[in-house]
Design a binder for this molecule. Structure first.
Ligand code: C2O
Ligand code: CU
Length: 602
């Protein structure tokens, strides 16, 4: 257990009534506020020329073992040396030492357990904070104790098993650090990676799959002369680097065939948003948003993507001749700090005829029956308003910060929707000087409108982050389904999140068995690989004990068939062997968390 964690200690003291909340009002850590001298930033002339380094994709992580229903993985969070800029060595923090981390590929209907071992240095090399981590699988309806709750941290003496239900529809998720007050520098150092969830319907669509379905993790960075990463939170307004990286490669060039490709674009940047477009003027065809397939494809000439957002886009290179180059440009949205180098992202070099022309279409119907997109205003039981404001140097939600949550013994909530309730949340940014991509954990939502007008064309799909721009009020509608318990909501500008534009909401009733901090705390090293203890009888006691989760301890939900309008997209036979897709039927299903009450902490 992470007993060295001052926040946990304070929480314990709070429970014992030792301190008044006034005495706790100041957070212990204000580390990322530290300013770093930028004088030793590497000269622009020493940066690589764009499109000179080959594109690459992160490796797919192999499971340690698999049971009938579950895939088990181990990840060591560790410092490693990477050559990001040619000829320079950079210390990064990566999942298994990689930047970005390895991609996890999951299938709906199975479950995933990831053992995260914190092998990072005890102290950040320049910012000097005590390093703790918390791993969030962004896009997953995980139980609260496996959701990467900011204050549920794992220090360098510890490890933790995370259990992912994988019961939702196909989507592009990502796992990233979420540690209280240090998420921005932790993620900046490299703790971010993609997680791809497939389902049978998505796999049956004739859209690009396999080698033509490509992860695209977009970040920005800044370096010192000696290659070290340079972090500057800019008086807590945000970090903006002068080097753009796709999958950890600065301005890469990708050789493509004359056919369609699908790119899973994830903006994993700390604070930078992008306006992506192709110099050829061709459209980007959006086939999926954060939380999965859009009902029908949406072509757009430019895609604005905020931090934490994902858009799966199809690009068709068949109209180009071999030898032609298509450049992806960045027309920077307002209130980013731009550099001469941040106007281009990467290049696609059309290099060959298609070697495979299967799955080379974008059908008109992708997921026309998507339940999130079927939510109507009339379904909502209530409307809540959340105001995202800078207040006395603090980033706040309705005037509160995460420190208020900490100081309340983690009890204070911004909202308490009932289990399975549908609500409208009105997210408002009354200021013109910055934007806030707002993320609501647990749920998929539909964007209803923006300043009373229709949302952008391309955000008309299921989402979990929405770009709340300057002087904008955005209304979203969601069903608070799948789990009960406390979940975070926050700005995905990680510097804003750290200081501390983050709060929580409680779905349904609270219970100790799914307390985000106490129900499955980190364990002391040495880590015990899950695959070595699958047969231990004590393991069945549950995920919270030292034995960790096992097949018998993890419940499956019964997936409900996705409503598909019209005829099947592929011969039915091809889908038979796969699990039925779509989300669990809420009426028939108790929240997963409830059924695990008997689990005990050891
Ligand atoms: Cu992508 Cu609360 O995070
Ligand atoms: Cu913000």
């Amino acid at each position: 257990m992470a007993t060295e964690n001052p926040l946990l200690d304070r929480r314990e003291l709070f429970k014992l009534g030792v301190f008044s909340s006034a005495a706790l009002a100041l957070p212990v850590e204000r580390v990322a506020r530290m300013q770093v001298a930028l004088s030793n930033r590497i000269a622009q002339s020493a940066l690589p020329q764009p499109f000179t380094i080959p594109f690459k994709t992160p490796p797919v992580l192999a499971p340690d073992c698999r049971t009938q229903d579950i895939d088990y993985y181990t990840i060591h969070q560790r410092q490693a040396t990477a050559e990001i800029l040619p000829g320079k060595l950079t210390d990064i923090w990566g999942y298994n030492g990689l930047l970005p981390g390895p991609t996890i590929v999951a299938t709906q209907g199975r479950q995933t357990v990831v053992q995260q071992v914190n092998d990072l240095p005890a102290v950040h090399p320049t910012l000097r904070y005590n390093v703790r981590t918390s791993t969030h699988l962004h896009g997953s309806c995980s139980e609260p104790q496996y959701d990467g709750y900011a204050s549920d941290t794992t220090d360098g003496a510890s490890w933790k098993d995370y259990v992912y239900p994988d019961l939702q529809t196909a989507r592009t998720l990502w796992y990233h650090d979420h540690a209280v007050h240090t998420t921005a520098p932790n993620v900046f150092m490299g703790l971010a990676a993609m997680y791809i969830l497939h389902d049978a319907d998505e796999l049956a669509l004739p859209i690009p799959h396999g080698a033509y379905d490509v992860p695209f993790v977009l970040t920005d960075a800044m370096f010192e002369d000696n290659g070290a990463l340079l972090f500057d939170a800019n008086d807590d307004s945000g970090f903006h680097g002068d080097v753009l990286l796709v999958n950890g490669v600065p301005w890469p060039a990708m050789a493509v065939e004359r056919r369609r490709y699908r790119f899973r674009i994830l903006n994993a940047s700390v604070s930078r948003s992008y306006g992506l477009q192709l110099d050829s003027g061709e459209p980007l065809t959006v086939v999926a948003t954060d939380a999965g397939l859009v009902p029908h494809p949406i072509a757009t000439s430019r895609l604005k993507i905020g931090m934490g957002e994902r858009y799966e886009v199809v690009i068709d290179f068949s109209g180009h001749q071999i030898g032609q180059r298509v450049v992806m440009q960045n027309v920077s949205p307002k209130n980013n700090t731009d550099f001469a180098t941040t106007g281009v992202v990467m290049a696609f070099d059309v290099a060959a005829e298609a070697s495979d022309l299967s799955d080379n279409e974008v059908p008109v119907d992708l997921d026309p029956g998507c339940p999130t997109m079927a939510l109507a205003e009339a379904d909502a039981l209530r409307t809540r308003r959340l105001e995202f404001k800078r207040d006395g140097g603090q980033w706040t939600i309705n005037g509160t910060t995460w420190d208020d949550v900490v100081n309340s013994g983690y009890q204070k909530v911004l909202a308490n929707p009932g289990y399975d309730d549908v609500e409208i949340w009105e997210l408002s940014n009354p200021h013109g000087g910055w934007f806030h991509p707002v993320h609501i954990h647990l749920v998929d939502f539909r964007v209803l409108d923006r300043n009373g007008r229709a949302p952008f064309d391309y955000e008309q799909g299921p989402k979990d982050v929405v770009y709340v721009g300057e002087n904008e009020t955005v209304r979203v509608i969601a069903r608070f389904e799948h789990q009960q318990g406390r979940y975070m909501t926050h700005c995905h500008n990680l510097v804003h999140e750290d200081h501390a534009m983050m709060g929580q909401f409680l779905v349904g009733a609270d219970a100790p068995s799914y307390d985000p901090i106490d129900a499955a705390p980190a364990q002391h090293k040495p880590a015990r690989p899950v695959c070595d203890r699958l047969d231990e009888p004590t393991a069945a006691a549950g995920a919270t004990g030292p034995a960790g989760p096992t097949a018998s301890a993890i419940r499956r939900c019964t997936p409900k068939k996705r409503k598909i309008a019209g005829k099947p997209k592929r011969p039915v036979a091809k889908r038979k062997s796969k699990p039925a897709s779509a989300t669990c039927a809420p009426a028939k299903r108790k929240p997963v968390a409830r059924r695990r009450r008997r689990r005990r902490r050891h």
